[in-house]
Design a protein around this ligand. Structure first.
Ligand code: 5AD
Ligand code: SF4
Length: 421
């Protein structure tokens, strides 16, 4: 979501002002730091980064802070770091061309509605585009700061989404990633009347009819909203890539309850089993938090049990980090830091073994790869339908093409293969 917000700001600054991207910070007239606030660490890095930029920036260059930390710290940022010229929240990116010319501007209103706003065009990858389908999040997971920083959930009317997808395809995109904080809850609330898709499954059907579009991905879905109809569409629609993120957070039903996730361990396992039943070659990834307040050894064992049962392709795992404006920061029984660290290590070590088995099993298979990047060593990199990184020997002629590849060898993160035909 932040990458897409950055693209939007770049597009707006390019369309309405005369800014262009530079690779050289010393040349920049404007430096924008787009921030995350989901865990404490990136927030604490912000002020040291501002200090670094202050040292290297050219005289008169402006510094802006954008994103979720901007939303939740607001004018505090300028107070602590007066070198900062403006602050712009994650929900307010369309105002970038206003704040950039207003010293001391702070735009962080989370009621601001960008759901019908059309941004200028910019994307970092010519073959892949991201398209927002909703903004904000209406859940209240007790560990999560996002509903405070990104505001209430509003879905973008599907005719606007289709227009964006068509525009991206017309300018060369083969693959679209539909974006929302809670992407498969699409249709919960629209800011105005819309005659198009009313839920995520309908939207997937509409998007897949866009001529010239070859691949659809989406990020990030919630396990609670994975009904059978959606999983059937996921399985049978050939344009939808067979990769799905199913964020677990914890394998313990008790902890899921105090996290207010809305599902049980059994529901989660049932959904993953259904996904595998309908889509046998699917790659499933997940997010797990360890050391959530009250997590006992038994609770953690339940998480390990889910790891064994589902065998995730990719795991994003985090030590719980208490966040302002969240319920869980006030919970008793905060888990000791070194206990949480040990659990995290154990989880990650076991996942690595599983991941190695999964990657080794890819050797000898044939996968469809969209080639997207030329490497310096004569290799071309791309992603398989299931989202795995694949490298082949080749030249720029491969770029932007989707071709079958026979996998010859694997390591834990990369598959190496040969283009067939
Ligand atoms: N502490 C640790 N991890 C968190 N996440 C969200 N909030 C926190 C927190 N307070 C993780 C969740 C989420 C991912 C994007 O970040 O796993 O799915
Ligand atoms: Fe945060 Fe939960 Fe919303 Fe995801 S669904 S953004 S974890 S509150």
């Amino acid at each position: 979501m932040n990458v897409r917000d950055s693209e939007h700001m770049i597009a707006e600054l390019n369309k309405k002002e005369s800014y262009e991207l530079t690779q050289n910070v010393e040349d920049a007239d404007l430096i924008i730091i787009n921030t995350c606030s989901v865990r404490e660490k990136p927030v604490s890095k912000l002020f040291s980064e501002i200090g670094q930029f202050k040292k290297v920036k050219k005289e008169g260059a402006k510094i802006g802070v954008a994103g979720c930390t901007a939303s939740h710290l607001g004018k505090e940022i300028i107070k602590r770091a007066p070198v900062v010229d403006f602050v712009i929240g994650a929900r307010n990116v369309s105002k970038i061309t206003e704040v950039v010319n207003k010293k001391g501007a702070v735009e962080i209103d989370t009621n601001y509605d960008e759901s019908t706003y059309m941004f200028g065009e910019y994307r970092s990858n010519p073959y892949k585009a991201m398209v927002n389908i909703s903004i904000g999040c209406d859940k209240s997971c007790t560990f999560c700061i996002v509903p405070v920083t990104r505001g209430e959930e509003i879905s973008i009317p599907s005719n606007l989404i289709i227009k964006e997808v068509q525009k991206a395809v017309d300018s060369g995109a083969k693959e679209i990633t539909l974006l929302g904080q809670n992407v498969n809850n699409y249709g919960r609330r629209f800011s105005n009347n819309t005659s198009g898709a009313k839920n995520f499954t309908q939207l997937l059907r509409e998007v897949s009819q866009v001529d010239g579009l070859e691949r659809i991905r989406f990020s990030s879905p919630h396990p609670l909203h994975m009904d059978d109809e959606f999983l059937e569409e996921f399985a049978k629609n050939p344009k939808i890539c067979k990769q799905i993120h199913v964020p677990l957070q914890s394998g313990s039903t008790n902890l899921l309850k105090s996290m207010k996730r809305g599902y049980t361990k059994e529901w989660f396992l049932n959904r993953c089993a259904k996904i595998r039943e309908l889509t046998p070659n699917v790659a499933i990834s997940t997010d797990i938090i360890v050391g959530f307040p009250g997590e006992s050894q038994e609770d953690f064992n339940e998480t390990l049990d889910v790891l064994e049962k589902v065998k995730f392709d990719a795991l994003f795992s985090f030590k719980y980090s208490p966040r302002p404006h969240t319920e869980a920061q006030h919970f008793e029984n905060q888990v000791e830091s070194d206990v949480a660290s040990k659990r995290l290590q154990k989880l990650q070590a076991r996942h690595k073994e599983i991941q190695k088995e999964i990657m080794d099993a890819q050797v000898g298979t044939r996968v469809e790869v969209l080639f997207e990047e030329l490497k310096s060593d004569g290799k071309v990199a791309g992603r398989s339908d299931e989202g795995r990184l694949v490298m082949v020997e080749g030249s720029e002629e491969l770029l932007g093409k989707i071709l079958p590849v026979d996998i010859k060898s694997a390591n834990i993160t990369v598959l190496h293969g040969v283009v067939t035909e």
